[in-house]
Design a protein around this ligand. Sequence first.
Ligand SMILES: NC(=O)c1ccc[n+]([C@@H]2O[C@H](COP(=O)([O-])OP(=O)(O)OC[C@H]3O[C@@H](n4cnc5c(N)ncnc54)[C@H](OP(=O)(O)O)[C@@H]3O)[C@@H](O)[C@H]2O)c1
Length: 335
Amino acid sequence: MKAFQFRETAGMTGLILRNDLEKPAPGHDEVLVRVRATSLNFRDYIVTHGEYPVGMKPDVIPLSDGAGDVVEVGKNVKTLGVGDRVAGCFFPDWISGPLTQEVFMRSLGGPIDGMLAEYVALPERAAIPFPPHLSYEEAATLPNAGVTAWHALVEAGRIQAGNTVLLLGTGGVCLFALQFAKLHSAIVIQTSSSDDKLERAKAMGADHLINYRNTPDWDQEVLRLTGGRGADIVIEVGGAQTLERSLKAVRFGGIVTLIGLVSGFGKIDPLPLMQRSISMHGINVGSADMFRAMNRAIDASRLRPVISRTFTFEHATYAYAHQQAGHFGKTVITV
Ligand SMILES: NC(=O)c1ccc[n+]([C@@H]2O[C@H](COP(=O)([O-])OP(=O)(O)OC[C@H]3O[C@@H](n4cnc5c(N)ncnc54)[C@H](OP(=O)(O)O)[C@@H]3O)[C@@H](O)[C@H]2O)c1
């Protein structure tokens, strides 16, 4: 079968197209998926540079996210059949409940092989049927960015109608968070470095727009927009350059969901956390149960993920370049 492998992790030169890999045979509890589409995340850039903190499988097949058709099932598989359309889980061993160290150590497209291949064998529990109105390309965007946003807003943030949600930037996670926040009738404060992206977020329902380049004191602007109260939930993807301000922008007793570090690692002063009873909740994508709950909401609302651009399999390296150059919506590779 065809697949990409990372021979060395010093950048894109290590990404090698193979035409001679053996098609995986599904185990008794696994299904074989003919992958139709995959999508990229910020994390895949980290993997490319060999900086993934959990470690990497040598010659790994990259990308955690993908969707396709079940073409074969193991003899113990009961809930899936040939022809089912499924997407893979980022953590194939995380079914429900809290995340454990063992589960955390095994994620697709880094510590174990991922989805940038024609065929992938997945445990039955980690192959999640997706809503029928979605294309393979749309479904391929769900496993990482979609589930992470759902986990942060719904599971950790316990979002309620009328809550104010602060979204930092218009990356993949935050665009899903925007869509899920509006599903819950929340008020969205959207930040971005680009006025053009802010206008596009507005068209998706964002209520208040802040350009964080032109308004470096964006935390003060959030307080102004909320009448001094602050946001109920912050989707914190920035890290070093944003965390301190996020803690100022959240309301007394509010929650900052810790998701990303696009501007590097930060340091936190614990005093405002304690004094203002702020919760900080570390997020690691999410479980299969969260994925299924999110899919039910997507199905009921007919929500469609935002895709920036789709590339063919042979042009996978261009997709990586597009993802790094900046985008509005997910970068997809068809297989
Ligand atoms: N913990 C988890 O489970 C988990 C899951 C998914 C992602 N993540 C992490 O979350 C982060 C975002 O991932 P992604 O896939 O959504 O990334 P992405 O699609 O590449 O988007 C990154 C966005 O971050 C915004 N940004 C950059 N610097 C910023 C700053 N100083 N202040 C505010 N926004 C800034 C930019 O928005 P504008 O272009 O609008 O300015 C950029 O588009 C990454 O660090 C990723 O590793 C973590």
